[in-house]
Design a protein around this ligand. Structure first.
Ligand code: UGA
Length: 441
């Protein structure tokens, strides 16, 4: 089928390339001409394993192109995916929907024949119903343009795999008895469905909320283990061993029970806040209390990490050299949006420490957000003469560091493991003092 994907961020580029890989003809559309030029040349402007190869392969096969023209996209495609960002509004918890609205305002007046508009962006429940009305007013084809909501559940760092082998496909439709939206989507995803991917058709509101609820559940699971970690810290128990024990219970499961510095990134934090804002608007106030607690447990982990660093430096970090390993919000990504690692590095810097940061992929993004930190050339450079070393993103290259040679460069051989990712005995054997979250300090 012929489709257009509006927005060429993580979601849009991945979706466009993966849909081309499935055999569809795809045009990716963005208002940023510079970004489009890079993509046309096969360059992906962010780090996502496997994506650049996929983009190039599908451009070469003639199934994928990029452009800035809404006119061209409206003529070319029958299915139009909205894949723009919905960041948190400045000074508010609610999601900023301006980019979603901008796509609809530009696209709908150009739809003069039957077409399907498919929302993929994460939006507050009730948004799609409003867009249905707007499309009906703006599109010359009127009721022949249908709107469905098909939320995306991909993870950064695993975006290609999650898109080509998703756990489920969800399509919210306006009218489950009438309309062809659900059938068109079933046809569009036929290869995935025949691979056994569950395909769920529901109403618009349930589809929108399914995405917000999935992220809220993951955030809650992480904050749950981090709240229990706080108990472990005062009860002299071990939060990692405890998570393993809980994980053996198949009703609970081990995934998303990695305690430590907590969640960050462009999705979980802003999505729980957007859900709080929307639930509050609708009068469902009790869930707001739950999610507020999830958010504050998460933010407390960052404060705790700073406290541990301060304690390791004898009560103050003023004038002390600190090595920070990790800036990305998680390994496999160069994304530093709401990164716990960069947040902790920044707090220590603001308390007067000389902070030296290394990350395998996120250096440029980190430098843009926090230009006043020192950025090192490698892990050894970051840790040179450091009174304390903080491991804040669990990149495999940090797990595999040799504590003996790092110890020769570092000052006091104190390591704070913010992600429970180091082998304690190996570091202690190399005469490091090893401290981590979730155990008595
Ligand atoms: C998240 C969801 O997992 C995706 O399903 C969703 O599509 C996406 O948001 C989105 O809304 O676009 P992502 O932000 O890429 O994906 O990252 P995750 O892998 O879920 O990790 C989120 C954060 O939680 C990271 O900072 C990670 O370090 C942290 N985390 C994760 C933990 O602290 N503990 C865990 O056990 C797991």
């Amino acid at each position: 089928m012929r489709c257009a994907v509006f927005g060429t961020g993580y979601l849009g580029v991945t979706h466009a390339a993966c849909m081309a890989e499935l055999g569809h003809e795809v045009i990716g559309v963005d208002i940023d001409a510079g970004k489009v030029a890079k993509l046309e040349a096969g360059e992906v402007p962010f780090y996502e394993p496997g994506l650049a190869e996929l983009v190039r392969r599908n451009i070469d096969a003639g199934r994928l192109s990029f452009g800035t023209s809404y006119d061209a996209a409206a003529v070319f495609a029958d299915v139009h995916f909205i894949a723009v960002g919905t960041p948190q509004k400045h000074g508010e918890y609610a999601a900023d929907l301006r980019y979603v609205h901008a796509v609809v305002e530009e696209l709908a007046p150009r739809l003069d024949r039957p077409a399907l508009v498919v929302g993929k962006s994460t939006v507050p429940v009730g948004t799609a119903a409003g867009l249905v009305e707007r499309v009906r007013v703006l599109a010359p084809a009127g009721r022949d343009v249908e709107v469905v909501w098909n939320p995306e559940f991909l993870r950064e760092g695993l975006a290609v795999r999650d898109t080509l082998s998703p756990d489920r496909l969800v399509v919210g439709v306006e009218n489950r008895d009438g309309g062809r939206g659900g059938d068109t989507m079933r046809e569009f995803y036929t290869d995935l469905i025949s691979d056994g991917v569950p395909f769920v058709v529901t109403d618009l509101a349930t589809a929108e909320l399914a995405k917000s609820a999935a992220n809220a559940f993951l955030a809650t699971k992480i904050s749950f283990i981090n709240a229990i970690s706080e108990v472990c810290e005062v009860a002299d128990a071990d939060a990692v061993a405890l998570a393993d024990i809980l994980g053996h219970d198949t009703r609970i499961g081990r995934r998303y029970l990695d305690g430590g510095l907590g969640f960050g990134g462009g999705c979980l934090p802003k999505d729980i806040r957007a859900l709080m804002a929307r639930a509050g608007e609708l009068g469902a106030n009790q869930v707001v209390h739950l999610l507020r607690e999830v958010d504050s447990i998460n933010m407390r982990r960052r404060t705790r990490m700073v406290e541990l660093a301060r304690a390791a430096c004898g009560g103050s970090v003023l004038g002390v050299r600190i090595g920070v390993l990790g800036a990305a919000f998680k390994p496999g990504s160069d994304d530093v949006r709401d990164s716990p690692a960069l947040n902790v590095a920044g707090q220590l810097h603001l308390e007067g420490a000389t902070v030296s940061v290394f990350d395998p992929q996120a250096m440029d993004n980190a430098r843009t957000v926090f230009p006043t930190l020192r950025y090192a050339t490698d892990p050894v450079d970051a840790c040179r003469r450091a009174a304390v070393v903080l491991v804040l993103t669990e990149w495999p290259e940090f797990r595999e560091l040799d504590p003996v040679s790092l110890g020769d460069a570092a000052g006091d051989r104190v390591v704070l493991d913010g992600r429970n990712c180091l082998d304690r005995s190996v570091w202690e054997d190399a005469h490091w003092r090893y401290v981590r979250l979730g155990t008595a300090a």
